[in-house]
Design a protein around this ligand. Structure first.
Ligand code: C2E
Ligand code: CA
Ligand code: CA
Length: 638
């Protein structure tokens, strides 16, 4: 019989074009692209041997029979592989894990293994085909070939159905169309004897898969041409799914924005490209990622290799980077994480990475920050604290302690500062210095602030606004930067005051300099809106940040609180003494009352009185106390 292989030749041309395109366009090697590439090669091979078989059979008289036997053998071997690889591709896009899934693996591999075993035996037993007088004949097992193809169609359809929730509509359509075309091709081949359509069905599916495949540029960074954050996360996901041991080096360039603002974007980008090129040259093409402007990551499987790379990278960075005849030093920090010792999920990786990077950022140049048992313990403790805070918010488990603020002029307690307290069953007492910064990062400080304000209002309405006036003018409540950055600060404060019938002038909000600087316009608006109603403001921790006198004039603060570190330095260093004396004198001239925190003894108290300080807060007059104890304390000192 003569075969018509015109369609096979046309399909071959299309497949070669896809192959060339695939090779020319930069592809990031994911499981998907790797499987696709293998499938493409198999289909091309199958097509070549199909055509060769046809030519060989048509010219049986001219060529030795062994050649035709060889072509047929190769064609069948590749046909078996082809269906199996389409199945593997479908399994990848349906996001089946490589590990586990033994049933699926068996369902995929057993028919394939049997097929290939039969291909091997065919020259001996004539299972799929046999040659007689140079002529090709179907063997007694030819039915298995049809059954085999049908089986994989059904299996692929089943995979898509099982994973219908994770598979996109586009992929579903492709698989269904592919099945229809493949079945159609088999039927047509049966009707029109001698017409070959195997590769036509293949090429249609390959084209559809290729066109639907992720745009390769999506995984590449436009500046450096390296794989980007998305590609990195894909790799990490793969690594975790397949439990592949890896070390991850993050190369972080501190203050990179200074470089771009000094040298311009173009030069900044050139430096990043140079760093990227160096890392690729040293660590290998698909191991390096450019995640964000100032971070690169390197994935390394061997620990020994990683240690050597670490040193090389450090050495290279110590040489500086040449740009326009300038040698620019980059302030670099390296963070090293280990999988699987350090984390077991992508989110675990991410939150730990943030934690490590934050710590590395505050270290000196060329820091190498590698996770170890101690660091992991600290990190886990931090997570526990975060959970404890969330629990306390849910169960309203925060307590508010009150610390007296003493007026030197009136010789009595005139105010209290509300300080939040957290006692956790497992962790015991957790200092606000530890949990407030965490709560600021994850935003829970907003709820903490609301609960503290509510407690203060309850306290005021019960004890101060009642018959028994304790002589308190107000309560100082700390407000975090995160609260102040919200547009609707007043809407979180006024309703609480109204609920407990607390006049706004009973509340003084303590704001640190850093908060005021962060969004000065917004802060001014808040202060005007709240101030109009009677709420007053105190500038907290004065002297620790970079605030200067201009802030005192610009923002309508009613009182200034000098930080305890400044007070303590006063008694240690001459320079600190001069600064504090001047500051207090400036504030007096501006008519701003001053509170000094952290006064622990008589000497400190007397000295502050001598300088003209108005209010004192510190252990000398009283520690922060729970509500009832504080009440007793105030009554005793009335
Ligand atoms: P802060 O606002 O500067 O509060 C004063 C801190 O100094 C308190 O620490 C207080 O207990 C401590 N202190 C007062 N007098 C003395 C003294 O004589 N000697 C010593 N060694 N310490 C003294 P605390 O309660 O641990 O609070 C730490 C920080 O946590 C506070 O610093 C504040 O920034 C923050 N914080 C506390 N409560 C809240 C809150 O309700 N909301 C917000 N956003 N932050 C809070
Ligand atoms: Ca304070
Ligand atoms: Ca303070």
């Amino acid at each position: 019989m003569n075969y018509n292989y015109d369609f096979e030749i046309a399909s071959m041309v299309v497949m070669m074009i896809v192959l060339l395109h695939f090779l020319f366009v930069r592809q990031f090697p994911t499981d998907k692209t790797k499987t696709f590439f293998r499938l493409l090669l198999i289909c091309i091979g199958e097509c070549i041997f199909n055509i060769l078989s046809c030519i060989g059979i048509a010219n049986a008289a001219l060529i030795p029979e062994v050649w035709n036997e060889l072509f047929a053998f190769a064609f069948f071997a590749l046909e078996g592989l082809c269906s199996y690889y389409i199945f593997r591709y479908v399994a990848v896009i349906c996001q089946f894990r490589k590990r586990g899934n033994f049933l699926l693996k068996a369902a995929g591999i057993l028919p394939f293994a049997f097929f290939e075993a039969m291909v091997l035996l065919t020259p001996l037993i004539g299972f799929f085909y046999y040659f007689e007088d140079g002529q090709y004949h179907q063997g007694f097992g030819a039915w298995y070939g049809y059954a085999y193809i049908t089986y994989y169609f059904l299996l692929n359809l089943a995979l898509v159905l099982i994973r219908r929730k994770v598979v996109s509509v586009r992929v579903k359509i492709i698989i269904f169309i592919y099945s229809a075309i493949a079945v159609g091709a088999v039927v047509l081949q049966y009707i029109v004897r001698g017409l070959l359509l195997t590769s036509t069905a293949n090429v249609v599916v390959l084209l559809m898969l290729y066109l639907a495949m992720q745009n390769p540029d999506e995984l590449l960074d436009t500046v450096t041409g390296l794989a980007n954050e998305k590609a990195f996360l894909l790799q990490i996901k793969n690594m975790i799914e397949n439990r592949e041991k890896h070390d991850i080096i993050t190369v972080y360039i501190r203050h990179f924005h200074h470089i771009t603002s000094m040298l311009g974007f173009e030069n900044g980008n050139q430096i990043l490209t140079d760093v990227g090129t160096y890392l690729v040259k040293t660590c290998g093409k698909f191991h390096v990622f450019h995640n964000t402007e100032d971070t690169f990551t390197v994935l390394i499987a061997s620990e020994k290799e990683r240690k050597a790379l670490e040193e090389k990278i450090q050495k290279r960075f110590s040489l500086g980077w040449n740009i326009q005849k300038n040698n620019v030093m980059l302030d670099m920090a390296m963070v090293i994480q280990h999988y699987p010792q350090d984390f077991s999920s992508i989110s675990g990786y991410g939150s730990m990475w943030e934690y490590l990077l934050e710590r590395a950022k505050s270290r000196g140049n060329q820091t190498v920050f590698e996770t170890d048992a101690r660091l992991l313990e600290k990190y886990r403790h931090r997570n526990k604290v975060e959970l404890a805070v969330e629990r306390a918010i849910r169960e309203r488990g925060f307590e508010v302690y009150y610390q007296p603020i003493y007026s030197l002029a009136e010789n009595r307690i005139v105010s209290l500062e509300a300080l939040v307290r957290l006692h956790d069953e497992e962790l015991g007492y957790i200092s606000p210095e530890e949990f407030i910064p965490l709560a600021e990062k994850n935003g829970t400080v907003i709820q903490i602030g609301e609960q503290v304000l509510e407690e203060c209002c309850k306290f005021l309405s019960k004890h101060v606004l009642s018959n028994e006036s304790l002589g308190l003018e107000n309560i100082h409540v700390n407000v975090s930067a995160v609260q102040c950055l919200r547009q609707n600060l007043k809407e979180t404060i006024f309703p609480v005051l109204e609920k407990f019938h607390v006049p706004p002038n009973m509340i003084s909000l303590e704001i640190t300099e850093g908060t005021a600087i962060r969004a000065p316009e917004l802060m001014l608006r808040h202060m005007r809106e709240l101030g109009k109603a009677g709420i007053t403001f105190a500038l907290d921790d004065y002297g620790t940040g970079n605030a200067n006198c201009s802030y005192l004039i610009r923002f309508p603060f009613g009182k200034i609180k000098i930080d305890k570190d400044i007070l303590w330095a006063y008694f240690e260093k001459k320079s600190a003494r001069i600064i504090l004396q001047n500051e207090i004198s400036t504030m007096k001239q501006l008519g701003l009352p001053v509170i000094v925190e952290g006064v622990e003894n008589q000497e400190q108290r007397d000295e502050m009185e001598r300088l003209g300080v108005d209010y004192i807060q510190g252990y000398y007059y009283g520690r922060p106390m729970p509500e009832m104890e504080c009440l007793r304390f105030i009554r005793r000192n009335l």
